[in-house]
Design a protein around this ligand. Structure first.
Ligand code: HEC
Ligand code: HEC
Length: 303
């Protein structure tokens, strides 16, 4: 009772009031400081996480350009006969629709899981005859050149195309079963076309830059697998005419492409946009007239 009485009648001295006030202020400032600091640390950790993820994707880009671009192309759009697109909407899906490709093949795992699996182990059997080669294994565990962290990084890099997948100029994988039946027997080449094929492989030096299934794997200029069909399309295009192209049929277009390669510069090459002035410009001097005619006769058979 005595103590209670003392407490309620206690009159602190002026000095004590100041000290208590100061202690109060210091305590509340400290509380604010701790709360603020925790928030700052959390925000910093998040930025760290994001920039770490960013660095991993960057490391993946390096792996991609060194190991994958030669078949899948710099932008992952794929190349006829060489590899399917892995930056397309059909492969990646969009933020709201899932991948059509994974649906078609019935993969029940995640997209990242599929990319990682294919990259790590390769594909032992071609999923379609349209591909020239089996998918090589890349993980050291499967006899490939890459460590598993590199596989994960390149997976991140490929999956990152999902931010903005491509729809134009992509070579999507055929649906399962399509293209796996017997292939049409190629029409045997006549003597003139055969002589032209030899020019393509020899005197013309074309194989250094162009691919034709089973014949050449050059990856500087466009693939010529279906050249005659492509040529027929190109001569009707407005951009071809605007560039001063004069040909009206496949043979004419091919002749013009060989003798005046810079008239119409093809938009897409395996490593990105085609540059003008890359293709040999003086083929009219290098090739004899007969060689040129044979070469054209051969190229017109590519459909
Ligand atoms: C020698 C050429 C070649 C190289 C190099 C290559 N690929 Fe492929 N890739 C292919 C072919 C061919 C296919 C289709 C194989 C099949 O379906 O049987 C394919 C398929 C894929 C697929 C599955 C696509 C789909 O639609 O199912 C992914 C993912 C892939 N590659 C990722 C990579 C990555 C990542 C790299 C680099 C580390 C790489 N590839 C390097 C040729 C290649
Ligand atoms: C040094 C590399 C290089 C060599 C060698 C080369 N080309 Fe090309 N070729 C290219 C490039 C790059 C393009 C695309 C740019 C352009 O249209 O000029 C191209 C385009 C073409 C096109 C047009 C293809 C299309 O899709 O419209 C044809 C046809 C062609 N080349 C045939 C040949 C033939 C035949 C030879 C051999 C006599 C040859 N090239 C040698 C780099 C080369």
């Amino acid at each position: 009772m005595n103590l209670f009485y003392k407490i309620i009648t206690f009159k602190p001295s002026f000095g004590l009031r100041i000290v208590t006030g100061l202690v109060g202020i210091v305590l509340s400032l400290a509380t604010c400081g701790i709360v603020g600091l925790t928030d700052m640390v959390a925000a910093q950790l998040k930025t760290n996480d994001e920039s770490f993820e960013g660095r991993l994707t960057e490391a993946g880009a390096k792996v991609y350009f060194e190991q994958c671009a030669r078949c899948h192309g710099l932008q992952g759009k794929g190349a006829d006969g060489a590899a399917p697109a892995i930056s397309s909407v059909a492969f990646l899906g969009t933020k709201t629709t899932p991948s059509q490709r994974l649906k078609d093949i019935g993969w029940i795992g995640t997209l990242e899981g599929y990319i990682e699996a294919v990259t790590a182990s390769g594909i032992p059997i071609k999923s379609s005859q349209v591909w020239e080669q089996n998918h090589p294994p890349f993980s050291q565990r499967f006899g490939g050149p890459l460590r598993d962290d590199q596989i994960r990084n390149v997976t991140k890099f490929v999956a990152n195309w999902k931010q903005k997948p491509f729809t134009d100029g992509v070579v999507d994988a055929p649906k399962p079963g399509a293209g796996s039946g017997p292939q049409p027997t190629p029409i045997p080449l006549g003597p003139k076309e055969n002589a032209g094929l030899e020019v393509f492989k020899g005197a013309g030096g074309c194989t250094a830059c162009h691919a034709i299934r089973g014949i050449a794997t050059g990856a500087v200029g466009p693939t010529l697998n279906k050249l005659a069909s492509t040529a027929e399309k190109r001569v009707t295009q407005a951009d071809y005419k605007a560039a001063g192209g004069k040909a009206t049929d496949a043979a004419g277009y091919i002749r013009e492409s060989i003798l005046a390669p810079n008239t119409y510069v093809v938009p897409d090459c395996p490593q990105g946009a085609c540059a003008s002035g890359v293709m040999t410009a003086n083929l009219d001097k290098i090739l004899k007239p007969e060689e040129l005619e044979n070469l054209i006769a051969y190229l017109v058979t590519l459909r």
